[in-house]
Design a protein around this ligand. Structure first.
Ligand SMILES: *[C@@H]1O[C@H](CO)[C@@H](O)[C@H](O)[C@H]1NC(C)=O
Ligand SMILES: *[C@@H]1O[C@H](CO)[C@@H](O)[C@H](O)[C@H]1NC(C)=O
Length: 218
């Protein structure tokens, strides 16, 4: 009997896990959370369509601002952020005052660190038909990374919005940008051999060997 229970539990866990892997998008009403592609950082099945609706209208204190931090964003197309005064997921007639705030492109993917709104609804849409040619590709550590894993937080008026956040580019493409457990502060976890807040210090910077000229620091 015990064995049967155990195997059923394992089966359920596996099924739940597999389902969770397929999930993409949803209604987000908690004051902070994570948006990620299925199985991040692994490649996902395409075509993929996701829509996350971040809804702050139920928060006890108003006004609220919603900030999405682009911590691990490796797609160069297909991702848009739209604010709405009101958004009813299933009724286009009740989706009021849409305004596109940001569309990720090859040009801005390395520059933009966050997207913020003061309206109650922020809708994040991701559509991708093929993986090839649509991803940031840099050093070895980022060659096999697909999709996105980004955080959001609802600021309830009182708390200060952190002025430092990171992205792959801010970590010099030599590390991953992670949020702290409560998603309110950020840091670069550098790939082996690289150190420093932006992972700029590499294996070639040895103290006993001054590779830099003209007073520059490595
Ligand atoms: C939201 O409101 C705050 C204070 O009212 C303002 O400083 C900030 O610029 C606004 N942000 C956006 C994205 O409109
Ligand atoms: C996704 O992001 C969160 C917050 O930065 C981080 O804690 C988590 O490790 C990330 N997941 C992966 C698979 O990198």
């Amino acid at each position: 009997m015990q064995l049967l229970w155990n195997s059923m539990w394992v089966l359920c866990t596996v099924v739940k896990w597999t389902m969770a892997e397929e999930e993409c998008g949803g209604l987000l009403t908690r004051d902070r959370g994570l948006l990620h592609t299925p199985g991040f950082p692994r490649p996902f099945q395409v075509p993929l369509k996701c829509r996350w609706v971040i809804d702050s209208s139920m928060q006890p204190t108003q006004p609220v601002s919603i900030v999405v931090y682009l911590t691990q964003l490796f797609v160069t197309t297909g991702l848009t952020f739209t604010e709405y005064a009101y958004y009813e997921p299933d009724s286009p007639n009740y989706q009021l005052e849409p305004k596109i705030l940001h569309t990720v492109t090859e040009e801005n993917v390395a520059i933009t660190t966050r997207v913020a709104t003061n309206t109650s609804f922020l809708v994040v849409e991701f559509n991708m038909d093929r993986l090839e040619g649509n991803h940031l590709r840099a050093s070895d550590g980022l060659l096999e990374v697909y999709g996105l894993n980004i955080t959001y937080i609802m600021h309830l008026g009182t708390g200060k919005i952190p002025d430092y956040s990171c992205t792959a580019a801010k970590c010099s493409m030599l590390g991953h940008c992670y949020a702290s457990l409560d998603y309110s502060s950020f840091w670069c976890a550098c790939f082996p051999g690289f150190t420093g807040p932006n992972c700029k210090q590499g294996p070639l910077c040895r103290r006993d060997m001054d590779v830099c000229r003209n007073g520059a620091t490595c």
